[in-house]
Design a protein around this ligand. Structure first.
Ligand code: ADP
Ligand code: ZN
Length: 515
């Protein structure tokens, strides 16, 4: 090739060495793929009887759930070569280069069939040609080439194209027609059992102390995907070595859960005294509002040790049970809790900082979703003001209403947010004594557990119980509820919020968007 900049590389592995055993959980996906393994194993068994072999299947699911691993396992199980290429490499290439790469790929693969072609991030090539999504000549040419190759190749020798995406909605409909990517295999985030199994697979070759309880780790990692869990096991092994141990302990594992979720403790990032005081009040503000509200999840840990992923401190809340639905009261409580940080700053210092930017963003998207998607506002009631399919698009969401309504929606969102903020301020102002006491304590200790938090609360308030009790022991979590990390990414302007904690903050089906 030699011209211009091309990152698009075709990788070939003669033998992937991966089998279904290496993929934990994902039983349904494996079951659907077993059929493809059989096609590849023995194509003539099917062609003899007159059956047409499938040409393509889409693996659909969030990043890190094991789509690539599954595709490799298919090749490994069928003992055929694995050709792979990533759609995102095609972005920013010269016109024509992508198309020729696709042509080459199919040519090579056909010579070696039976085999698997795996196209990761297929949405980068296969985005709808509809101009709504912005045209791109290069991508269109590549896509057209892919379509013509999909139609052109002879599947009777056993050639299956697997595509992976987490945004199937944006794909050009032509890609999904019969004879192309007409099968869809869902590769979802693992549930509790899946997480435990993944932890087991990855700890197979790691020396673990007998007391290690992977189930407890599975419970503490709701929302984590396979790659997070693999990462946690590895981090824990590295931690153990750092601490001069020869086996991994439960403590190492728990610490690595936090490292993966919130980033490493940043030892060299020292907060000035005043800043540290603000952060302490901010975090305690969140925690105290939580303790004072009825529908909030118990506080598990509060820390003001800065983390590498941009947080200055955070509050960790662990729900008592797994939740799939959230009530209006719970959503409102979440918003009030999110405002606890800012409200504490305002009450104590009578000034505000940038520390709440992430809180505000999350609160806003929750409030907006309540109005436009969940039918939870008095003003509008039951009306779908925002299209669900559009949540997968890059740009602004499409509102299904007149411009006038859009501005009324804004007003309603503003009203909800104001009301929630006022509630947070009212709760904290009414409990200034506890706020001061716990913030002082956090300032010196830097990290406190939910238990310590409640103990301090009782020291000030006597026996009067707040609404929520602390969990009896840290990380004793019932069936994989969603761990909430408040503030894990709140930082100065410009810090990039990462998807990880974002996901954990929100009910499964509310995707952050602002318009
Ligand atoms: P995706 O292609 O969906 O983004 P990958 O297949 O690249 O995800 O997963 C990244 C890594 O995470 C894998 O190499 C593996 O170590 C780990 N992993 C993900 N899902 C699983 C799983 N179900 N079982 C075991 N390991 C997994
Ligand atoms: Zn905050």
């Amino acid at each position: 090739m030699g011209v211009g900049k091309s990152n698009a590389k075709v990788y070939v592995e003669k033998q992937t060495g991966v089998s279904f055993k290496d993929v934990a959980g994902q039983e349904e996906a494996k079951e659907s793929l077993t059929e493809i393994v059989d096609f590849l194993h023995n194509p003539t068994k099917y062609t003899r009887i007159g059956a047409k072999l499938p040409k393509g299947a889409l693996l659909v699911g969030p990043p890190g759930t094991g789509k690539t691993l599954l595709a490799k396992a298919v090749a490994g199980e069928a003992n055929v070569p694995f050709f792979s290429l990533s759609g995102s490499d095609f972005v920013e290439m010269f016109v024509g280069v992508g198309a020729s790469r696709v042509r080459d790929l199919f040519k090579q693969a056909q010579q070696q069939a039976p085999c698997i072609i795996f196209i990761d991030e297929i949405d980068a090539i296969g985005k709808s040609r509809d101009s709504r999504y912005g045209g791109n000549d290069e991508r269109e040419q590549t896509l057209n080439q892919l379509l013509s190759n999909m139609d052109g190749f002879d599947s009777s020798k056993g050639l299956v194209v697997l595509g992976a995406t987490n945004r199937p909605e944006v794909l050009d409909k032509a890609l999904l027609r019969p004879g192309r990517f007409d099968r869809r295999i869902i590769v979802d985030k693992p549930d509790l059992k899946g997480r435990i199994d993944i932890l087991k697979v990855h700890s197979k070759n790691v020396l673990m102390h007998d007391s290690v309880d992977l189930e407890a780790i599975g419970r503490a990692t709701s929302g984590a995907v396979g790659s997070d869990l693999a990462n946690m096991i590895n981090e824990s092994a590295i931690l153990a070595v750092k601490k001069g141990r020869t086996v991994v302990t439960q403590e190492d594992l728990l610490e690595s859960v936090e490292v993966v979720i919130a980033g490493k403790e940043k030892k060299d990032r020292i907060l000035g005294k005043e800043e540290k005081r603000i952060v302490a009040y901010h975090e305690v503000g969140h925690a105290l509002v939580t303790a004072l509200m009825k529908h909030a999840e118990p506080v598990q840990k509060i820390t003001i040790v800065p983390r590498t992923m941009g947080s200055l401190g955070y509050v960790m809340q662990v729900p008592e049970e797994e939740k799939y639905l959230m009530s209006k009261e719970e959503l409102t409580t979440r918003i009030v809790t999110l405002f606890g940080g800012r409200a504490a700053e305002k009450i104590v210092f009578d000034s505000v900082t940038t520390g709440a930017s992430n809180d505000i963003e999350k609160a806003t998207s929750l409030a907006r979703a309540m109005v436009t998607q969940y039918g939870m506002s008095d003003r509008f009631g039951l009306i779908g003001l925002e299209s669900v399919e559009d949540r997968y698009l890059d740009g602004k969401p499409v509102m299904n209403c007149s411009d006038q309504t859009v501005s009324e929606v804004d007003n309603e969102v503003i009203r909800i947010l104001k009301e929630c903020y006022n509630k947070a301020e009212e709760l904290l102002a009414g409990n200034r004594d506890v706020l001061d006491k716990i913030a002082d304590y956090l300032f010196t200790k830097e990290t406190i557990t939910g238990e310590e938090f409640m103990k301090l609360y009782h020291e000030v308030k006597g026996d009067r119980d707040p609404i929520k009790k602390a969990p009896e022991e840290p990380l004793r979590i019932e069936d994989g509820g969603q761990t909430i990390l408040m503030d894990s990414f709140a930082d100065a302007p410009g810090s990039e919020p990462d998807g990880q904690a974002e996901r954990k903050q929100e009910p499964e089906d509310s995707i952050t968007k602002n318009c």
